[in-house]
Design a binder for this molecule. Structure first.
Ligand SMILES: [Zn+2]
Length: 500
């Protein structure tokens, strides 16, 4: 019987969100050990895919060790990082002798004391468990691939979709690769190519300019000697000396073919790099004015810059201010989310049905917005827990902590202590609001919302206001990223060379 340890460590960091990710953020999503891991993740996400793949094998036994995930937010503080790393290694030791290690990770997790949390952990695991144990990982499409990650693992596979609707499938795929390798059916080798490029434009797959490269990747995957091809347009909101897009190819023994494919794809993407620059979005004012002119609804305003899915705090008030100005013109409801624990507290003290005057938002990210005073009725109070309907993050357990709905005329402000899955309408539905019936729905998600919202949105307006996840990367205060880099610098050259 092959014994394979299974774990999950996942968070996407936005270093421009000034508030650190702490142990409480991970506890809100749940830090689980042993059998609890499988109880939570069976049929869900990458770990669900690992389990499914193992059930198709007669001779594989999975040993769940630990799962820890948190919503996208600021850098992990050093204490949280230390706890997670030590605990992970400790739980892995408890698993006893294993043949393989299978991990679900994000790939863009950053801590105050470590710019590459995953790479650092994988490096430690490889050192302690040695070369005889095979390690395979799944990563988010927004993972920032580093030298340490690639060196430490035997296989590495990223999502092929944006919005990410293939988490389960990616888990299944990487698990199958690991099992085949453990049985000696394949001999995985990894090669990769880093591009001197970051981007924040349309990364949709399918639907955007990246699609042709993912289709090519899938064609390559059909080659006998190629096991997997992953393209990582990464998360541009981390400040890493290794920041940039990557192509990673896992081959069965044939390293030179793998390198050639990585280079070809990287070069193809590079040649079309201008297609990945963001198109100009509407200002908050333009967006609200345009939405009001649309006949019917709902008009979905995608707040790119304050996107909690990109790690912004979600307390930006730029769009809220515009909605308040036009409150009288709203024929139907407008809905928006704001992260603000203090305002939640004040509303709860006022109680359901009562009127309250409170300053909302603008307290976490003070650089990009200011609090706005509103007077409204406390419509509901809830615990902020619900199940995500999907298709993205289907069946994930959300926990926004204590959440209130403030009714200010026709504007319904969902104020929560923590952020929620902004891409999914179940966020609003969990507090009794139906986005289908709204005139305007603000979603703090740049891409992911399309999976669930596009089918019923009357119109979608991309909003580029102020915020920690601004698409204007030139305005961000990067300190350690490699330069020159596209699109921040003019004189960037890229000529991938064949290593062989
Ligand atoms: Zn992602």
């Amino acid at each position: 019987m092959l014994r394979v340890a299974v774990g999950m460590l996942s968070q996407e960091t936005n270093v421009f969100n000034p508030s650190p990710t702490t142990i409480e953020h991970f506890e809100a999503s749940g830090i689980l050990f042993g059998d609890e891991v499988f109880k939570r993740w069976r049929n869900v996400g990458e770990v669900g895919g690992f389990i499914k793949a193992s059930e198709e094998e007669r001779d594989v036994h999975l040993v769940p060790i630990m799962s820890a995930s948190a919503m996208p937010w600021g850098k992990c503080n050093a204490e949280t990082h230390k706890f997670l790393k030590e605990k992970f290694l400790e739980e892995l030791r408890k698993a006893g002798e294993v043949d393989g290690i299978l991990l679900a990770m994000h790939g863009a997790m950053t801590a105050e004391d470590e710019y590459d949390v995953e790479g650092d952990l994988l490096d430690e695991i490889r050192k302690e468990w040695g070369e005889d144990v095979l390690i395979a990982i799944s990563l988010d499409h927004h993972g920032n691939i580093t030298e340490r990650m690639v060196k430490a693992v035997d296989a590495l596979v990223g999502y092929h979709t944006e919005p990410h609707v293939d988490m389960f499938e990616t888990g299944y795929k990487v698990a199958k690769i690991l099992f085949s390798a453990l049985k000696g059916l394949v001999k995985p080798v990894i090669t990769w190519r880093k591009l001197p490029m970051i981007a924040s434009g349309d990364l949709r797959v399918p639907g955007g300019p990246l699609e042709e490269f993912f289709r090519k990747a899938e064609e390559y995957e059909r080659l006998r000697e190629i096991i997997s091809v992953s393209i990582f347009p990464e998360n541009p909101y981390i400040d890493s000396p290794e920041l940039g897009w990557s192509v990673v190819v896992v081959a069965d023994g044939n390293r030179s073919l793998a390198q050639k494919i990585a280079d070809e794809l990287a070069k193809g993407i590079w040649n079309k790099r201008y297609l990945f620059l963001p198109k100009r979005g509407a200002s908050p004012r333009e967006a609200v004015e345009r939405a009001l002119k649309v006949k019917g609804g709902p008009v979905v305003l995608s707040d790119w810059s304050d996107a909690t899915n990109s790690g912004a705090p979600g307390d930006g008030t730029a769009i809220l201010k515009e909605l308040l100005k036009h409150n009288d013109e709203l024929s139907e409801k407008a809905m928006i989310t704001i992260t603000d624990p203090e305002a939640v507290d004040e509303a709860i003290r006022a109680g359901v049905g009562n009127e309250v005057t409170v300053e909302v938002g603008g307290k976490i990210d003070r650089v990009h917005s200011q609090p706005v005073e509103v007077t409204g009725r406390v419509k509901t109070i809830s615990d902020g827990r619900f199940i995500v309907k999907g298709p993205m993050e289907k069946k994930f357990e959300a926990n926004m902590k204590r959440t209130v709905v403030l009714e200010v005329g026709n504007i319904y402000i969902v104020v929560s202590e923590s952020t929620g899955p902004a891409h999914d309408p179940s966020l609003y539905r969990s507090v009794g609001l139906e986005p289908r019936d709204a005139k305007i729905v603000v979603v703090k998600s740049p891409m992911g919302f399309r999976a669930a919202y596009e089918p019923f949105a009357k119109e979608i307006i991309i909003v580029h206001g102020p915020g920690a996840a601004t698409p204007d990367l030139k305005s961000l205060n990067y300190k350690t990223i490699p330069r020159p880099i596209f699109p921040l610098d003019e004189d960037v050259s890229f000529e991938p060379l064949n290593n062989e």
